[in-house]
Design a protein. Sequence first.
Length: 421
Amino acid sequence: MKRKNHWVLFAILLLALINLSPSEELTLVRQEDGGEAQPVTPPEAQTKEETGHIQVAVQMNETDFRRLEEMNRQFTLSHPVEVDLVNVPMEESYPAYQRKLMKLGESPDVLLLDNVWVRRFAADGYLLPTEGYFSGSLSGEVLSASLIPNEWNGYVWGVPLDVDPYVLVYHEDKLKQLGWKRPPATADDWNVFVSTFKKQHSQPYLLGLDFRDPYAAATLLWQVGGGWKPTGSGPFYVMEEGHLTYALQQLESLRSTLLDSSLTGLDAWSKLSDGELSMMITTATEAEKHRHPRTKIWMPELQQNLASTWILGRSYAVSSQTDHPDAAGLWISEMTSLYNQARWYETTGNLPVLKTIYYEAARNQLPTWIPATLAAGSGIVLPASPSLPEQLESFAPPTTDFLSGAITGKQYRGRLAELSR
């Protein structure tokens, strides 16, 4: 009888131990109000989401900024990251503003930079390489023209957002009168083109551009001179001796036919549509804004190891002073995603940087004037250097003086030579 009681007691204790043992799959938490126990996922099984509070600084017009705010709202709805957007006033020198904040240790976490400034900020130690925060792929996925300016010292320092190439807008009938279906594509073509124009005198001006715009002036110099090739560590305006001499000779003969589109009170676009001007050099975004039935847009093919037009662009970069690189990278990934690239193009007119969008250009409603080599071209070159901002600043004044006739071609060449020393 005693043995039987012992077995009964043992069974009761065993059942009690089983009921008290925690489950490997589920933990029960008793609510304070006496309700039923609710299952809670163990901490080690929870998915870790990136959190943080970041500040993003940009400089753009109000329409573009509103689109960015909308995209940012969508991001914050699905990610536990707080984001403060700061739109620096257009009258402020954006690079100077950002460098001042960097020196004070008050830098925003994310900066939107013109591509010409990325290498400079990186060389000054103000940026983190993208490998430290961006999980996406850049090499082979984005346009070479937008990636080249961001590469320095073996690293990539910015995630491209958009591009805005310089193009030629031309009056179709006026070019046909000169015997051309589109603008000239080589130095020899330009020579014939200018000679034909001078003989016919069919309109007052051949070509318009903003004389103060160094990118437009460089594009003109490359066009008439046969393109630009890298010359080592020298400034971008140091061309091969033969090329520079020929380009300046061409510009000298062309100068009397040039129109400064930046002159106060001058409507260069009306002159172009009315046939008083044959062509204009400007950005693609400006060209698209001034579409006219009598004008067309042309962009030269991108050639291997030869630049023929300047391609502007912007990139997001992360400050080296940030405390939340992962949150910053997550935000940048979302803003530059395939979906948001399309939305950004619709609003701003700035072309996307992802190659896949160009492979289905018609479906994505991209302009037909975009050359296939913009996405598929290899060996593309563009001026890129930590000193490029200073080079452009030095290049602009003598170039403006030369185009406006204030100095001769010989004087202009001498001033460029002085700057190169």
